[in-house]
Design a protein around this ligand. Sequence first.
Ligand SMILES: [Zn+2]
Length: 247
Amino acid sequence: MKQRNLLTFTLFLIMLAVAAMTVYLFNYQQESKDGPLASSSSSSVAASKEQTVAALPDVSADDWELVLVNRDNVTAEMNPSLTEVDGVAVDSRIADNVREFLAAAQAIDSSEHLISGYRSVAYQEELFDNYVSQERADDPSLTQSQAEELVKTYSQPAGASEHQTGLAIDMSTVDYLNASDPDVVAQIAELAPDYGFVLRFPEEKTSLTGVGYEDWHFRYVGTESARYMTKNNLCLEEYIALLKERD
Ligand SMILES: [Zn+2]
């Protein structure tokens, strides 16, 4: 009986040692895997960020082309001076850029057309409220705030839409969001910077822009900034943060 107890105790000790060894080895591996690699990758990120800041174009976050309007930067009625291009109103200062960008897009796909340009804050509010009513009519179990949250996934509340700047256009081959041929969208996004535009809401930047992917929404930021943002894969929020960091 005593011998059996001793055997059990010894087995227990062996198991404990094996368990301790396993934990130790696992931690050691994790450390060697994360330790040097993590520090080397973060230092290369820091180095490339310095290079990115050093190469920033000579523009200011306060320039009119770079005005930032989103849910964190709700803006009152801006009343830009407007010019119509193909039946869509845009800030007069970018009318030529819009016209040329549209022509270049049509050379890629003749069905490219403008869908939307300037929208006043008042009109955006009306649009948003209509969507909310529509959602509540479609699903009467939704509360007002639930319906608003749902609408925010595809439309901006008053004061938070970039269309109120007159510097944003929706342009597509079709009248539905994200229904255009992705190859055509990619080609147009590539030539957009030559006319001062960027594809404003890319798929991988949703967490930063607060807006889901939109294949038709282009924003005028000026040629230099558009080229820089595209080359460095920066959305407007990231780009403006870099400019502010430098200045
Ligand atoms: Zn849009």
